[in-house]
Design a protein around this ligand. Sequence first.
Ligand SMILES: *Cc1c(COP(=O)(O)O)cnc(C)c1O
Length: 235
Amino acid sequence: MNNRKAELAEHAAQAKEALAEAANRSGRAARDITLVAVSKLHPGSDIRALAESGQMDFGENYVQEAMGKQEELADLDVNWHFIGGLQSNKAKFVSGKYALVHSVDSRKLAQALHKKASGLGVVQDILLQVNIAGEMQKSGITMEILPKLADEVMEMDSIRLVGLMTMPPFFDEPERARPVFSRLRQLKDALEKQLGTKLPHLSMGMTGDFVPAVEEGATLVRIGTRIFGVRPPRI
Ligand SMILES: *Cc1c(COP(=O)(O)O)cnc(C)c1O
């Protein structure tokens, strides 16, 4: 086993252990939480190395970069997650090619994903990304718009709403993100009542704040730096 492969496997194992501890503390089962390894800006060879140790869920942010990796790693059974900002004119490169699109933040984008999935004859699972902390946060829809957008998405039969995602502002102290996570869970509960359907997923928690996220009910945590190390700059 080469050094990088051993290092990645070790980091992922440590992250999983920390996730399991947080799950136990809150009376949850570790198996109910999926670790999405955020591989953006890291090479496909890192993904391949980590997949060999059994980590199969990977998160990518950039359409072009991700397409290249999907091609390069087509022989692997990877569950791809699209977690980055997405313009609706690029939805055609994403819809139908990911296990889950976490970052749906407009009716226009939802419509474009639906249209492409419909053309492919598939159903694309999606999350709606909610901006909970308001001004401090750039991406996601406001809490006020969420009920209406969710209703509209339910009408689009080639995308399936399976939950919510949020990304709090960066806090030095992870505990400060906790109210954002508990708010997302409350919004999900309210939305389930409104829609009359279960929404199984809450995508929340990153390297710096995944512990409170898991304690507040995350089912998907998106961890990059803790596994792959510091990201190289985007060029
Ligand atoms: C980059 C990114 C992550 C991973 O962040 P780390 O701090 O490296 O764990 C998670 N979620 C989203 C949406 C991201 O863009």
